[in-house]
Design a protein around this ligand. Structure first.
Ligand SMILES: *Cc1c(COP(=O)(O)O)cnc(C)c1O
Length: 410
């Protein structure tokens, strides 16, 4: 039987070797989790063991070693499917969320879009969920409609409803959780509404999987993407979930080995199922690492993670409540552990540089959300993003360092 679920940030930290390193000679306070997460020893070991004991190319190897690699690759796909509550025949491995969104745009959307059809996006999308849609809009004559973000960081549901009701609307692509505002979009409700109008929904889950335990069947999305590296797994591995019934209508994304049935110069036929979308040698060690990350997460009590991350956010706000000129961007009641902010009269890059000198790793810039930055009226903001291994002490150090930085800069 499975072990009881646990959650203690101080215990969890011990599983992440990198968290004990220094940054500029100070203990590292890692608050850049929305950019990438750190990796537990279990994931590092799984990748190491793969190369020490099991490395071989997957598919069509007859020797034992090749079978072992193949089995590990298949087990990872199954673990991910179980984790998301879907079938392994619906899980496509990619390089990451970006490749996943490009794949969906090219393989699913481009063949069905007609001139005048509408692709609905939102103002809070990451560039990865904007640019691929602009590319297919250009090639098909489809049009992009953008749902505005309200002052608190929530979506303008009225406008969204208007867009969805338009008979030309075909696709809605939106993030589950905003990497800037922390907004958790009410996706189940939105998806039901979209489906009632026959609109297919692509969910960008890059920022939701690290914070929430998801059941994709219950959420009801047609497609879901995420990146392994933001889910405590290696870089260069990611996942597309595609509903089984949509796969046969999708055209191949890349051609090459492993995605074919028969190849000849008079014509080639393609493999069926998810295989058709995995051309070439895949990132097997990455998939194994992602499988290990999910195994690690299976013992974590996610509701407690959510409570903990919200409490870090609450503490941050309390500690900074006397900081003059501070603005937090994104204030929806149920937001994820992302604290995006500006301080009047201070450039965010200068803040991040002074924080770095005190060991605190934060991110500044446009966060791959230039349209959202234009909307909120700042070319750049600073962001501290939390994970389950961050502690109240981390937040205290961040707040103290930030106050000192602002004092120096003003
Ligand atoms: C990080 C991120 C992406 C892109 O992920 P990559 O790992 O860079 O491919 C897409 N959407 C959101 C919301 C993200 O945070």
């Amino acid at each position: 039987m499975s072990k009881p679920l646990t959650f203690d940030p101080y215990e969890i930290r011990k599983d992440f070797p990198i968290l004990s390193r220094k940054n500029r000679g100070k203990p590292l306070v890692y608050l850049d989790n929305a950019a990438t997460s750190q990796k537990p020893q279990m994931v590092i070991d799984a990748v190491k063991e793969y190369y020490e004991c099991n490395n071989s190319n997957v598919h069509r190897g007859v020797y034992e070693l090749a079978e072992d690699a193949e089995n590990l690759y298949r087990d990872s796909r199954q673990k991910i499917a179980n984790w998301l509550g879907v079938g392994s025949e619906e899980i496509i491995f990619t390089r990451g969320a970006t490749e996943g969104l490009n794949m969906i745009a090219r393989s699913f959307a481009e063949p069905i879009l007609k001139p005048g059809n509408q692709i609905i996006l939102t103002e809070m999308e990451h560039h990865a969920n904007i640019v691929p849609w602009q590319m297919v809009a250009q090639s098909t004559g489809a049009e992009i409609r953008v749902v505005p973000v309200l002052d608190d960081g929530s979506l303008d549901r009225e406008i969204l409803s208007q867009f969805l009701a338009n008979p030309q609307s075909t696709i809605l692509a939106l993030c589950h959780v905003s990497n800037v505002l922390g907004t958790v979009n009410p996706v189940k409700e939105i998806i039901e509404e979209a489906h009632s109008h026959g609109v297919k929904v692509i969910l960008d889950g890059a920022q939701s999987v690290p914070h929430l335990k998801l059941d994709l069947r219950n959420i009801g999305c047609d497609f879901f993407v995420f990146s392994g590296h933001k889910l405590f797994a290696p870089m260069g591995i990611g996942v597309v979930f595609a509903k089984k019934e949509l796969l046969p209508d999708m055209v191949p994304y890349q051609g090459g080995g492993d995605m074919i049935d028969q190849v000849s110069f008079s014509g080639t036929t393609y493999a069926s199922g998810v295989q058709r979308f995995e051309a070439g040698t895949p990132n097997v060690s990455g998939a194994v690492g992602l499988g290990a990350a999910i195994k690690y997460l299976e013992n974590i009590d996610f509701p407690k993670v959510d409570t903990h991350e919200k409490s870090l956010l609450k503490t941050t706000r309390e500690l900074l409540s006397d900081l003059r000129g501070l603005t937090e961007h994104g204030t929806t009641p149920n937001k994820a552990g992302v604290f995006c902010f500006t301080v009047a009269g201070v450039h965010p890059h200068d803040l991040a540089t002074l924080l770095d000198a005190e060991g605190v790793a934060t991110r500044t810039g446009h966060h791959c959300c230039q349209p959202l930055m234009q909307k909120i009226g700042y070319p750049a903001t600073a962001r501290a993003s939390f994970s389950f291994y961050n502690t109240e002490q981390d937040v205290q150090t961040f707040a103290d360092s930030l106050k000192r930085a602002v004092k120096l800069l003003l």
